[in-house]
Design a protein around this ligand. Structure first.
Ligand code: ADP
Length: 370
C-alpha cells in the first residue's frame, strides 16, 4: 500500500487547498494512504506532528478556502544536505514513499535535488546508525511529482499556474473600484501589481481593465518612455476620458535595467510645469490582497484536475521515470519533465538580469507586443 504525502511550499497561492483536497481524496480513492506535511519543507525537517495521516473528511470544505490550510514556510535547513538528511529520515519513519509538492520554482528545484540525492541520503542514514537496513529496504526510491502553485504565472512550460487567475481577477476587481473614484475626481492612478520577474499579471490586468499604459519587465521601455506615456495619456484625455490608469509590474524596468517606480510615473503624470499633464495623481500598491481570498472557479478546477493527475503519475512512476510536474497546455492536463521547465524559467530571469531582453522575450512562452 503506497503512502503518498502532499505539501504546499514557498509563497502561498489560491487553489493550494484544492490541490491538497484532490491529492488526499484521489490517494484514498486509489486505495493508498494519504498524508499531509504541514509548513512546507520545515515540516519535513521537523517531523513529528508536522506529518499527519489524512482521512476523506479532513479536507472537507477545502475547495472554497483561500491561502493554504496546511501552512507553508521558507525553510533554510532544506537548502543544506543535513536538513535534507533529517527530512529523509522523517519520511522513512512515517513510511512515506511518494511526495507531491505544490509550490513555485524554488520549491520544485528543492524537490528535484531531494529526489536525486535520495539513495545517498538513505545510505548515509544506515551508515551513521540512524536507521537500519531493514527499515530503509522498502524506500530505495523516492517518487516526487510537482504542481505549480504561484500567483505570478512565471513557470515556463505551463499555460497557467495554480492561483494566477485568482490574483488576476482580484486585481481587476480592485482596479474597477479605483476607476470609480478616479473617474469621479478626474484623477490618475498608478497601480503597482505583483509578479516578481514576470509581467503576466500586469499585462493581462491592463488588457482586462482597459488601462491607459502598462509597464512590464519583458518589454523594457527605452529612454523616452516618459514621452510615450505622456502622448498616450494626453490622447486618451483629449478623447474625453475622465480617468487615467497606469499599471506597473513590480519588476518593471527600463532598457538600462533600472527599475521604473510608481513614484516616478506619478511625478510625470502630476507634472505641472509647461507642457506637463498636471493630473491629480495617486499611487495604489495592491500588495497582498492579490494573494488572499478564495480561488476563482478556474483555479479550483485546475488544482483538482492536476491533483488527480499527480496521484496517477505517482502510481505509474518507475525508478527510471524522470521527475515530472503537471502542466496545462492548450487546455489539456499533461505531465512534463520538471527540471527542463525550471531551467527554462531560470534562463529568462538570468537574461533579464543581464539586460538581454531580446533573449528573455524569446524564452518566454507568451508573446508580448506593443
Ligand atoms: P517558491 O517555491 O515560491 O519559488 P522559495 O524559492 O522560497 O519559494 O522556495 C521555498 C522553499 O523551497 C525554500 O524555503 C527551501 O526550503 C526550498 N528550496 C528552494 N530552493 C531550493 C534549492 N535550490 N535547494 C533546496 N531547497 C530549496
Amino acid at each position: 500500500k503506497k503512502k503518498i504525502a502532499v505539501m504546499t511550499s514557498g509563497g502561498d497561492s489560491p487553489g493550494m487547498n484544492a490541490v491538497v483536497r484532490a491529492v488526499v481524496r484521489m490517494t484514498i480513492h486509489m486505495g493508498c494512504d494519504a498524508f499531509c506535511v504541514y509548513e512546507g519543507y520545515e515540516g519535513l525537517v521537523q517531523g513529528g506532528d508536522f506529518i499527519k495521516k489524512m482521512g476523506w473528511d479532513d479536507v472537507r470544505g477545502f475547495l472554497s478556502e483561500g491561502g493554504t490550510l496546511i501552512g507553508t514556510a521558507r525553510c533554510m535547513a532544506f537548502y543544506e544536505r543535513p536538513g535534507r538528511l533529517t527530512a529523509a529520515k522523517n519520511m522513512v519513519l512515517n513510511g512515506i514513499d511518494a511526495l507531491i509538492i505544490c509550490g513555485g520554482d524554488g520549491s520544485l528545484t528543492g524537490a528535484d535535488k531531494f529526489r536525486a540525492e535520495w539513495p545517498s541520503l538513505i545510505d548515509e542514514l544506515v551508515a551513521n546508525g540512524e536507521l537500519t537496513a531493514e527499515q530503509v529496504a522498502p524506500y530505495r526510491h523516492l517518487n516526487i511529482v510537482g504542481l505549480v502553485g504561484s500567483i505570478d504565472n512565471d513557470l515556463s512550460g505551463t499555460d497557467a499556474t495554480i492561483g494566477c487567475y485568482s490574483a488576476l481577477s482580484r486585481i481587476c476587481e480592485m482596479v474597477d473600484y479605483i476607476e470609480a473614484t478616479a473617474s469621479s475626481h478626474s484623477r490618475a492612478f498608478v497601480i503597482e501589481v505583483m509578479g516578481r520577474h514576470c509581467g503576466w499579471l500586469a499585462l493581462l490586468a491592463g488588457v482586462a481593465t482597459g488601462a491607459d499604459f502598462v509597464f512590464i519587465p519583458e518589454r523594457p521601455r527605452d529612454h523616452d518612455w516618459r514621452e510615450d506615456m505622456k502622448l498616450v495619456v494626453q490622447r486618451h484625455r483629449n478623447m474625453g476620458k475622465r480617468k487615467t490608469i497606469v499599471i506597473v509590474a513590480e519588476g518593471a524596468r527600463d532598457k538600462n535595467g533600472n527599475k521604473i517606480t510608481p513614484s516616478e510615473i506619478k511625478d510625470l503624470l502630476a507634472d505641472t510645469s509647461e507642457g506637463g499633464l498636471a493630473l491629480d495623481t495617486r499611487i495604489t500598491t495592491l500588495g497582498h490582497v492579490q494573494r488572499g481570498g478564495t480561488a476563482v472557479a478556474y483555479d479550483r478546477m485546475l488544482a483538482t484536475l492536476q491533483g488527480v493527475e499527480a496521484v496517477k503519475a505517482v502510481l505509474e512512476a518507475t525508478p527510471e521515470t524522470e521527475t515530472c510536474f503537471i502542466a496545462i497546455n492548450e487546455n489539456k492536463i499533461v505531465r512534463k519533465p520538471l527540471m527542463q521547465a525550471v531551467k527554462e524559467t531560470k534562463e529568462v530571469a538570468v537574461a533579464v538580469d543581464a539586460k538581454d531582453f531580446e533573449k528573455a522575450m524569446s524564452l518566454r512562452d507568451t508573446e508580448f507586443s506593443d
